[in-house]
Ligand binder design. Structure first.
Ligand code: AGP
Length: 612
């Protein structure tokens, strides 16, 4: 997934582009570039492999590059290795058009071959260059940029957010969108395009979100938007509530640590407005009060950490609602011929609201007649706008690639939804309902307490950062949580790790247990602690080290066998995972720090994956 920004304004464009790209760098960062129409009408492109800092140095912070209209791009490579030549913007061979692109042109090979047969010479290995070459091909034919844009769009297949600049149209940027996010920012004497709002917060808070197949033409004084048939479209303008500080580090060494520490507030912001007089209220569901009564099957769909939230949700919802619930990977859902009908509720979970695999699952679910409820963090994102119902986690901007506060707010929302639905179905006593609401109110405080153990966790990590292989074992909800603990460690420390149902280990994988292996044993489900303790002993007797995460009242049961303990307060079993995840996030953070890894921008990753 890549980051795009463009400005049509009256001030020097490149410094604005560089600052905006830095805010978008979490979306991809293996190469970057800018294109501007200089004051003498030349289309100038500067781009290179590496981070934005490298581009800043190459362009001398943009100072010598005149021009008030430009586009910028920070890349997460899909086609063509990270290199200077494969960086965006990509140009046509005549140097009249420059293009920045987020997404994948699926038929780029056949288009490239066709254009090469017509004599066009390609420079890069990217799919995006096909867009620039097609633009110039049709511009040569029609001598009109918009004709060329629509002709180009009629030829390409796949996903795209495009920014298009031409030396024949100084002061103008053309944008086009399909299946990848792109928004318009409205300024005073300047207008913008961007992949997401974080790039624009210091310039404007008024934005519109392009929908699929729309084309925008922006100049310093105007924004015109057209649909697939080139008919003018009027878009709603949204006021962005996020504050700039949310998108800054705030004194922390890394965004990830800041966002881990923000979790109590993020969770409080997410549930408080939905607790009224000790009742759980979802205004988003006010129009469908009996929704759950007509549901006989639930799918929880997401990718990565969002999928892991779905697994926790599966255990919670099946136990309380007595409705079959299944967690499914977004990338698998549309290919497994799911059993979906009007009696199916599909809950799509996504921080960015732009993950293409999750979006594809949403569209497949709707096509098959399901009701789709989305749990999303980014306001106005594509998944939020296409779902039948959207319930936002108000975690605020999450910048670190490894999700933490969004995961936690998703967990809380799913537990609230479970209890809300359970009451609608008469599956929860008023006593248990009241206990849950009380425990929910106390959750931020217990999260703060758990965060207070950061020193112990940092020390434990300093003794554990050299393991080559780490297993996370647990049962039931602890197993579901282990999936996320394992991914956090893998993502940022690059240590191989697996999460296993504790009872499953003996069916094969226990052969890997030997001295030097670390097994993180998660034991907080009270009814299963003894069994998990036995599984832990199975691995210690084979020489593995054990790090035990358990509730404070069970520490003594594990202190003999475990080389270290991560104690957590006890709470409602539907909220316990919100406490358990904190030590695992901090453990991953400090292990990665000890290993000198790039915490906020781990290698090969991007914050949101808008390609299949
Ligand atoms: C989580 O730390 C990863 N960054 C990744 O697994 C992420 O959860 C996944 O790509 C889904 O992203 P989304 O929540 O924005 O849809």
């Amino acid at each position: 997934m890549c980051g795009i920004i463009g400005i049509a304004g009256k001030t020097q464009a490149v410094p604005v582009l560089l600052d905006g790209l830095e805010k978008l760098e979490y979306r991809g960062y293996d190469s970057a570039g800018v294109a501007v129409i200089t004051d003498d009408g030349t289309l100038r492109v500067e781009k290179c492999k590496g981070r934005i800092a490298v581009l800043r140095e190459k362009t001398d912070e943009g100072a010598p590059i005149t021009g008030t209209t430009g586009i910028g791009h920070t890349r997460w490579a899909t086609h063509g290795e990270p290199s200077d030549i494969n960086a965006h913007p990509q140009m046509g061979q005549e140097g009249i058009v420059a293009v920045v692109h987020n997404g994948i042109i699926e038929n780029y090979r056949e288009l490239k071959q066709s254009l090469e047969r017509s004599g066009r010479v390609f420079q890069s290995e990217t799919d995006t260059e096909v867009v620039a070459q097609l633009m110039e091909y049709y511009y040569d034919m029609y001598h009109d940029l918009m004709d060329a844009v629509y002709a180009m769009l009629s030829r390409i297949r796949g996903s795209y957010a495009l920014g298009i600049l031409s030396s024949d149209a100084p002061g103008q940027i053309i944008a086009a969108k399909k299946d990848a996010p792109l928004l318009i920012g409205y300024g005073e004497g300047e207008n913008f395009i961007a992949s997401d709002v974080t790039a624009l917060l210091s310039h404007t808070r008024t934005v519109s979100y392009l929908d699929d197949d729309e084309v925008a033409v922006i100049t310093p004084e105007s924004v015109r938007i057209y649909d697939a048939g080139r008919l003018p479209v009027t878009k709603e303008k949204h006021a962005v509530e996020w504050d700039v500080s949310s998108a800054e580090k705030g004194g922390y060494a890394h965004f990830m640590l800041k966002e881990i520490m923000e979790q109590p507030d993020a969770v409080r912001r997410t549930f408080s407005p939905r607790l009224q007089d000790s009742r759980i209220e979802f205004e988003e569901l006010a129009g469908v009060p009996d929704l759950i009564k007509n549901i006989s099957r639930i799918y929880l769909v997401g990718c990565g950490s969002a999928y892991h939230v779905g697994v926790v949700g599966k255990y919670m919802m099946e136990k309380l609602l007595r409705i079959p619930a299944e967690a499914v990977l977004g990338s698998e859902f549309r290919y497994c011929d799911p059993i979906v009908g009007p009696d199916t509720l599909v809950i799509v979970i996504s921080q960015s609201g732009e993950t293409l695999d999750s979006m594809a699952a949403l569209r497949e679910a709707k096509r098959r007649g399901a009701t789709v409820l989305a749990v999303v963090n980014v306001i106005g994102s594509s998944i939020a706008r296409e779902a039948d119902i959207v319930i936002y986690t108000w975690a605020g901007p999450e910048i670190a690639v490894a999700t933490t506060k969004a995961y936690s707010t998703q967990l809380v929302l799913l537990s609230m939804l479970t209890v809300y639905f359970a009451e609608k179905l008469g599956k929860i006593s008023s006593e248990d309902y009241g206990r849950y609401v009380n425990d929910l109110s106390e959750l931020p405080g217990k999260m703060e307490t758990t965060l207070g153990n950061i020193g112990n966790i940092q020390k434990t990590a300093s003794l554990s950062f050299n393991h080559d292989s780490v297993f996370f074992i647990g049962r039931n909800l602890d197993y579901a949580l282990g999936l996320e603990g394992s991914l956090k460690l893998k993502e940022i420390s690059y240590i191989h790790s697996e999460s296993y149902a504790a009872g499953e280990l003996k069916h094969g994988t226990i052969s890997l247990m030997e001295p030097g292996v670390l097994v993180v044993t998660l034991a907080t489900c009270s009814s299963l602690i003894e069994k998990t303790w036995s599984n832990m002993v199975e691995v210690t007797t084979r020489g593995a080290d054990v790090l035990a995460l358990t509730t404070e009242d069970n520490v003594s049961r594990f202190s003999e066998e475990a080389s270290a303990i991560l104690p957590v307060p006890s709470t409602n079993e539907l909220l316990q995972m919100n406490l358990n995840i904190i030590p695992l996030q901090l453990f991953a953070y400090y292990v990665a720090l000890n290993r000198g890894c790039d915490i906020d921008k781990p290698r090969n990753l991007a914050k949101s994956v808008t390609v299949e």
